[in-house]
Design a protein around this ligand. Sequence first.
Ligand code: ARG
Length: 459
Amino acid sequence: MALWGGRFASGPAEAMAALSASTHFDWRLAPYDIAGSRAHARVLHTAGLLTDSELEDMLAALDRLAEDVASGAFTPTIADEDVHTALERGLLERAGADLGGKLRAGRSRNDQVATLFRMWLRDAARRIVAGTLGVIDALVEQARRYPDAVLPGRTHLQHAQPVLLAHHLLAHAQSLLRDIGRLRDWDERTDESPYGSGALAGSSLGLDPDAVAAELGFATSVENSIDGTASRDFAAEFAFALAMLGVNLSRIAEEVIIWNTAEFGYVTLDDAWATGSSIMPQKKNPDVAELTRGKSGRLVGNLTGLLATLKAQPLAYNRDLQEDKEPVFDSVEQLELLFPAIAGMLGTLTFHTERLAELAPAGFTLATDIAEWLVRQGVPFRVAHEAAGECVRLAEGRAAGLDELTDDELAKIHPALTPQVREVLTVGGSVASRNARGGTAPERVAEQRERLVARLAEH
Ligand code: ARG
């Protein structure tokens, strides 16, 4: 039953109705729609448009409708264009057409849907934050489990400088913490209710939008009814926050995939978080990580698709806006599937610390330490860099490590290169020396971990 029969001589064509229908995805807004209806009934009553007993009957009918929606006794039919239409039918069935028909005064599906979508997303944001915290916890747990393990830190995927494994894992945790911060900031901006904006111009019936806003958990109502019904930057920004989160998870996943290869041999996956091959009996595949990487592409697509939908829409509401919900719902759903799996996979990784330690100095990762040691002896960095580079060339030429160069060889490269330089030619010495705030020295990393844990407790 459509909400707009009056001026039409016939009902919609079947294909028109099929194109138009959205209950297969917007039905999840039903509890929010009913909450909006309760608040709207109260402002109609305050404005003198419902009597005391009408309000009472209306709220009772809405309660029965909410119960029937929750139990599945009331569901949308193909004839219901959208969630709002279906629930109006449900209300008329329960409250009677005379009373039920009063609720539509002073509101439009345009301000309803803009409000309900925000409410749904704000609740989803809380679930996404909780899921992200689960992944951060897994990283922090591993950092705690391996407080002294080292590995070759990389730039350009090449061995660069040794770092603590815990430092590397916490780097990922830091980016996820910012993803949470982004959702918090977003929530503050989204804390305005469009209810009362009507179709676009606002309400003439003396209804108080702020009273509705307060009842629906918003700090305030929107400043501008056109903006309230037409804007969807809240949805795009939310989709971005989730896409960024997906990309950050994907970068972790990509590393797990590489670390799990025979060539790297950094980690072993727990059996519960790996899969086999239907033909190759020996295979143990990192599917959780690959699906994480794959789904991040989908999240990026959801964001760009939504932006493309919004682009070039004139103010105010256009039906194109019905396309705003599925991509964002999908991003939430995919992340909710991912969180427990990626947290499970990360939390149960076994790191092969001996192999990591063996690789940490490989590829002359201590060359920078030679250069910086020389700087501490008063040698200009330009000269020190050259000298350390010569050490690398010499060692590489005879397939030796930097620590295997003789005292004579060192002295010949630069007179300041005394045997004392050997104190920085160990991975432990190198890591310990990077002890400024933010560095990879064990005590700095332990502090970083503690501060991070303290910040987690704020959420
Ligand atoms: N279902 C629509 C949406 O999601 C809301 C209905 C507005 N329809 C209208 N013809 N004004 O955007």
